[in-house]
Design a protein around this ligand. Sequence first.
Ligand SMILES: NC(=O)c1ccc[n+]([C@@H]2O[C@H](COP(=O)([O-])OP(=O)(O)OC[C@H]3O[C@@H](n4cnc5c(N)ncnc54)[C@H](OP(=O)(O)O)[C@@H]3O)[C@@H](O)[C@H]2O)c1
Length: 268
Amino acid sequence: MQDMTRDQDHRLALVTGATGAIGKAIALAIAQQPGYRVVLLCRNPRKADQAVREIIDESGNPRVSHEIVDLSSRQSIEAVARRLQGPVHVLVNNAAITPRRRQETSEGIELQFATNVLGYFWLTRALLDQLSAGAPARVVNVASYWAGDMDLDDLEFKRRPYNNNTAYRQSKQANRMLTVALARRLGDLGVTVNACHPGDVSSNLSNNLGFGGHESPRDGARTPAWLATDATGQQETAKYFEHMQMRRCPFGEDSEKVEALYQACLAY
Ligand SMILES: NC(=O)c1ccc[n+]([C@@H]2O[C@H](COP(=O)([O-])OP(=O)(O)OC[C@H]3O[C@@H](n4cnc5c(N)ncnc54)[C@H](OP(=O)(O)O)[C@@H]3O)[C@@H](O)[C@H]2O)c1
């Protein structure tokens, strides 16, 4: 049984998509650092149990558990946020999907936009009280260098033909833009928000896009896990990183478009 008194001495890190290639490696890397509790936010209970067992075995850290949530559903995200009471110090938004055909969620939103963009946005906003209670706290948005093609007038591919590569690139551009929009708003709460490219890793997500991936999950997790635990992730905000180096992000520099996207997401 976990010792809840001593748990309060540990920083709480939440990692989404931690049954996947990069997310599991991020959760492991954080669990291997001293002083962290890690909660995996996953949709599949069987895979989540397995991931928790593997991370505890490999890290030797018993403070790893999971919560079940569908990150394409606002209702499910708000429910998990209500279950996660108390300070949150680190939120790693990482879960994403690249379905080959256009699909919609039960709430009627195109699935890739709902999961990859609104999932990050809703979860961060739903956890504002917990992040502020954990301040100094940080949000790490796992994005990509493979980003672009945004159409602010057709975020859900209702007018354009759906293509999973275009929808994915748009979603990763949006992650980088919303990092800036949220960083502006969360700074006063003592919460930083940064985005990064992880590594190129073979996974369901990358295979669906027709990519193999030449890096191990551990290498792919290095930059997000570093932003989650190193002092840099607390000192910097609204920044974009690749290979643990800050990079200029033209998407984040277009303030008008950043605010327009933020407002569009608020409407969901
Ligand atoms: N792989 C690469 O080369 C690469 C390159 C650049 C950026 N990235 C970014 O890295 C991140 C992780 O990608 P990955 O390659 O590790 O992908 P992955 O192995 O396919 O993992 C995706 C994760 O997201 C979870 N997920 C998807 N939809 C969900 C939902 N509705 N609710 C809850 N969880 C959901 C999956 O859960 P299940 O296990 O239940 O399916 C899985 O845990 C993504 O943000 C991606 O854009 C990856």
